[in-house]
Write a protein that binds this ligand. Structure first.
Ligand code: HEC
Ligand code: HEC
Length: 367
């Protein structure tokens, strides 16, 4: 059954119930339990609709519960660490450290990603191993390099905390605490973490003009690379748009690509999940929203500045069997002059939404 059909069926059910209620004049009055309040997420201008799973619609109560759980330190073995310990608001909910330190003191092997407009993303983590945000949120709690707490213990702790069972009742209809409900609430909260007030957004809405340098950077971003004398269609551009597509306004196609970081892989990325050698060295294309705030860059945080990132692309990257066909300038590079590299970085900085991290609704509610 498709979602559409499901909606029609449930609507028919509701209508039937309403009809039978209204046709019954002498029925005893009874109070229907008040369900959670549906939350209508405001989709910013020009953004595509958000794909929200039918089994976990956004509700006021679910989001409020998710916020508490996102910031809940008892979800880690020694109760020292919440999701927000690695995903820092001032860094667009990324970790400014190359690798995050888990509760055991162990360093993870990848850089913690930003959480921004993740409701529009899919295939979460650098290797795309979690198809939905609900699946994603299952991972950090038991992860030995992260919160390192068995889910059964996590459930017991949340159930024993007098704060939570009533909130489970309000959000999901009964006081039962389960792993599923915990990840559903956290996923609901993360879907509300919407950023749409960067200079780029303001420009799109016609509220301001980009500077000449920013606009040049925007054009370069969306232009084919290469010298037209040597490559058909070359426009001396920066060739970023193929993978960091502007189409859905998140500056990512969210697909796995190998952007030429290595010739020999120490982390197989998507290839380690699919076990397909053709995926070796491929990683999910990250959003570039708030990229100014999310250093260090790449799955292993190898670059500390945007200048280093742009130099990487300008050099063309390192060849390998799985390098992406869009990384087509491994010989010679993009050949961007310094003024164009600077313009590209100015454009990337227009994607910064300075207010996002300090949004009151996303802050730690336990404080
Ligand atoms: C110890 C640090 C740490 C903690 C605690 C942590 N994360 Fe992460 N998070 C990471 C790292 C590292 C990655 C990237 C891991 C990878 O790709 O394999 C990540 C990735 C993510 C992503 C993927 C974003 C994307 O665009 O694909 C989301 C969402 C996320 N974390 C949410 C959470 C939530 C929710 C919690 C709490 C339940 C949490 N994180 C706890 C470090 C952490
Ligand atoms: C072939 C597809 C592709 C092209 C073309 C491409 N990127 Fe990327 N980009 C990726 C992938 C994949 C990653 C993640 C790679 C990894 O970590 O292993 C990435 C990562 C990044 C990051 C790091 C973001 C973070 O959160 O760590 C930045 C910044 C970036 N790209 C900017 C650019 C710019 C600017 C251009 C154009 C000059 C560009 N990209 C062209 C696919 C691409």
């Amino acid at each position: 059954m498709t979602n559409g059909e499901l909606r029609i069926v449930s609507l028919t059910g509701v209508l039937a119930a309403l009809v039978s209620l209204s046709s019954c004049t002498k029925c005893p009055k009874f109070d229907l339990p008040a369900g959670p309040t549906p939350l209508e997420l405001l989709i910013p201008p020009f953004f595509p609709p958000m794909d929200i799973p039918a089994h976990n619609p956004l509700t006021e109560e679910g989001v409020a519960l998710g916020r508490l759980l996102f910031w809940e330190k008892t979800l880690s073995l020694d109760s020292s660490m919440s999701c927000g310990s690695c995903h820092l608001p001032e860094n667009s909910f990324a970790d400014p450290n190359q690798f995050s330190t888990g509760v055991t003191g162990a360093l993870g092997g990848r850089n913690a990603m930003a959480i921004v407009n993740t409701g529009w993303a899919r295939d979460y983590f650098w290797d795309g191993r979690a198809p939905t945000l609900e699946d994603q949120a299952r991972d950090p709690v038991p992860h030995p390099d992260e919160m390192n707490l068995a889910w059964e213990v996590a459930e017991q702790r949340i159930a024993a905390n007098p704060l939570y069972p009533p909130l489970m009742l309000a959000a999901f209809g009964s006081e039962e605490v389960s792993q599923d409900r915990i990840v559903m609430a956290i996923a609901q909260f993360m879907r509300t973490m919407v950023s749409s007030n960067s200079r780029f957004d303001q420009w799109r809405r016609g509220e301001l003009e980009l500077t000449a340098e920013e606009f040049l950077g925007y054009e370069l971003f969306n232009r084919e690379g290469g010298d037209p004398e040597q490559v058909t269609g070359g426009e001396f551009g920066a060739d970023c748009f193929h993978c960091h597509s502007e189409a859905g306004l998140q500056f990512s196609d969210y697909l796995p690509h190998n952007n030429g970081l290595d010739s020999v892989f120490s982390d197989f990325g998507v290839g380690a999940v699919t076990l397909n050698p053709l995926d070796h060295g491929k990683f999910k294309t990250p959003t570039l929203r708030n990229v100014e705030l999310t250093a260090p860059y790449m799955h292993d945080g190898r670059f500390t500045t945007l200048e280093e990132v742009v130099d990487h692309y300008n050099s063309g990257g390192l060849p390998s069997e799985t390098i992406d066909p869009f990384m087509k300038y491994t010989t010679g590079g993009l050949m961007l002059p310094d003024v164009h590299k600077a313009a590209l970085i100015s454009f990337l900085k227009t994607l910064t939404d300075t207010a996002f991290g300090s949004t009151a609704e996303f802050s730690d509610p336990h404080e």
